[in-house]
Design a protein around this ligand. Structure first.
Ligand SMILES: C[S@@+](CC[C@H](N)C(=O)[O-])C[C@H]1O[C@@H](n2cnc3c(N)ncnc32)[C@H](O)[C@@H]1O
Ligand code: SF4
Length: 327
C-alpha cells in the first residue's frame, strides 16, 4: 500500500511555528496560504451553513476570470498553498478546471474542499490528470440520518460512493492526497469511531470537528419553518467547547471572496473583516495594510471578544463528547 503524506504539511508547519505573540514580532513577509472562494453559490441547503441557510448578506456570484488571473499575477514567482474552499461549492464554477490548471502551472500547491455532488467520473479524471495536490470531502454527522438532518439532503451514501470512485481511480498515483472530514453535533464517540472505521479505507486522512452555530444570525436565515425548528433544536445540542484558539488566520493566510474582496478570515461569510480588494490593491499591499495589522495586534493579545466574528471563533477540534448514558 502506498503511504502518502499531505503535500501541504510543510506549509502548515510554517504556519504552526510559534504562537501569535511571536508571529506579531516576526511577521511573515507574505501569506503562505490563500483561500479562494470560486463562488458563494451552492446547490445544497445545509442548515448549519450561512450559504445553505441563506443568512449570508453579501451578493452571490462566480469569480470572474479577470479577478482570478489578477490574483495569480500578484503571486507569480512564489510557491503558495491555494485552497479552493470557503462559502460555496467550488466545483460549480464553470471554469474550475481551467483555474486549477493555471494555478498548478504557476507552481502553487492546490487544495479543494467539496460536498462531492458535482464530482462526476469525468470531473474526477480531470482532477486526477492535473493532478491537484489535495482534496477534502466534507461530510456532516456520522451516518445517513445525521448527515441528512443537517445537510438537508439524502446524499450520505452517494457521497461515500463518490469518495470510493475517486480513491479507486487514483489507484497507485501519488496525488491528490484524499481526506474525508466531518463535523458533528451530538453524535456519540462510539458513532464517531464507527464512522472513521467506515471511511478510513476510502482516503488518506480523516478528521472530526465540531459544528459551530455561534456564527449564525438566526434572524437572517431563510428556511422553511420546519427547517428553522430543526436547526434550533440541533443548536441546543452542539458539542463545541467554547475556548478561543490562537488565531490560525491573520498571521499566515488571506482569504479572497469571489468578487475580489479580501478578508482576514476564511470564516468571514458576511464581510466583517474585509481588509482590501484585489481590483485596486496588490496582495502585498493588503497583507501590509493597517487594518490587517490592527487585527493581528488584537489577536496576539487574545482579544477575540473585541471583534464581532472572532468572538464566535472556537477551537472546533476540542470536542465535548457526550458520555454513554448510565443504565
Ligand atoms: C462552507 S463549505 C464550502 C465547501 C463545500 N461546499 C463543502 O461543503 O465542503 C466549507 C466547510 O465548512 C463547513 N461548515 C459549514 N458550516 C459550518 C458550521 N456551522 N460549523 C462547522 N463547519 C461548517 C462544511 O462542513 C465544509 O467542510
Ligand atoms: S456547507 Fe458546503 S455544501 Fe453545505 S450549503 Fe454550505 S457551501 Fe453548500
Amino acid at each position: 500500500m502506498t503511504h502518502r503524506t499531505n503535500p501541504f504539511i510543510p506549509l502548515y508547519a510554517f504556519c504552526n511555528s510559534g504562537n501569535s505573540k511571536h508571529k506579531l514580532k516576526n511577521p511573515a513577509a507574505f501569506p503562505y496560504i490563500i483561500d479562494i472562494e470560486l463562488t458563494n453559490l451552492c446547490n445544497f441547503r445545509c442548515l448549519m451553513c450561512p450559504t445553505g441557510n441563506h443568512s449570508q448578506q453579501r451578493p452571490q456570484g462566480f469569480m470572474p476570470e479577470e479577478v482570478f488571473h489578477r490574483i495569480l499575477d500578484n503571486i507569480r514567482g512564489r510557491k503558495l498553498g491555494l485552497r479552493f474552499i470557503r462559502w460555496g461549492e467550488p466545483l460549480m464554477h464553470p471554469k474550475v478546471i481551467e483555474f486549477l490548471t493555471a494555478a498548478k502551472a504557476d507552481g502553487h500547491l492546490v487544495h479543494l474542499n467539496t460536498n462531492g455532488s458535482y464530482l462526476t467520473e469525468e470531473m474526477a479524471d480531470k482532477l486526477l490528470d492535473l493532478p491537484i495536490d489535495s482534496l477534502k470531502f466534507s461530510v456532516q454527522g456520522v451516518d445517513r440520518d445525521s448527515y441528512r438532518e443537517m445537510r438537508n439532503v439524502d446524499f450520505f451514501d452517494k457521497l461515500l460512493e463518490t469518495a470510493a470512485m475517486l480513491h479507486e481511480k487514483r489507484g497507485l498515483r501519488e496525488l491528490p492526497f484524499l481526506q474525508i472530514s466531518t463535523t458533528v453535533t451530538y453524535e456519540s464517540k462510539e458513532l464517531q469511531d464507527a464512522f472513521l472505521e467506515r471511511v478510513s479505507h476510502l482516503c488518506d486522512a480523516t478528521n472530526i470537528g465540531a459544528t459551530n452555530f455561534d456564527w449564525l444570525d438566526l434572524n437572517a436565515i431563510r428556511l422553511k419553518p420546519s427547517e428553522v425548528e430543526l436547526l434550533k433544536s440541533l443548536m441546543q445540542q452542539d458539542s463545541v467547547l467554547r475556548v478561543h484558539p490562537e488565531c490560525p488566520e491573520v498571521f499566515d493566510k488571506l482569504s479572497i471572496n469571489w468578487n475580489g474582496k479580501v478578508t482576514a478570515c476564511c470564516m468571514d461569510s458576511n464581510d466583517l473583516m474585509v481588509v482590501g480588494d484585489v481590483a485596486c490593491q496588490s496582495i502585498e499591499e493588503i497583507w501590509n495594510s493597517d487594518r490587517l495589522k490592527e487585527f493581528r495586534v488584537l489577536l496576539a493579545d487574545m482579544r477575540h471578544d473585541d471583534m464581532e466574528l472572532c468572538k464566535h471563533c472556537w477551537d472546533t477540534h476540542n470536542l465535548f463528547v457526550p458520555s454513554p448514558e448510565v443504565p
